[in-house]
Design a protein around this ligand. Structure first.
Ligand SMILES: [Zn+2]
Length: 72
């Protein structure tokens, strides 16, 4: 079963909108401050100390609009 990640979650650091990262691990990423919060068993760990820094590549990817967003 795929965990449901609420879309209204905001970054605990800067209150920016978090985006779900599709990858090996489930993570919620904040493009604004470049942090990623791991989702464990469907529950996002919204602790600053648990967050990891996004790589430059990941941040660049998130700045580009996805094809879905462009269509709006
Ligand atoms: Zn942030």
């Amino acid at each position: 079963m795929k965990p449901i990640i609420p879309e209204y979650l905001v970054c605990p650091v800067c209150k920016g909108t978090l985006r779900a990262l599709e990858g090996v691990r489930q993570e919620l990423a904040c493009p604004a401050c470049g942090l990623a919060f791991e989702v464990r068993d469907g529950i996002p760990s919204m602790i600053r100390a648990d967050a990891r820094q996004l790589t430059d590549e990941e941040r660049t990817k998130m700045k580009r609009p996805t094809p879905k967003e462009e269509a709006r």
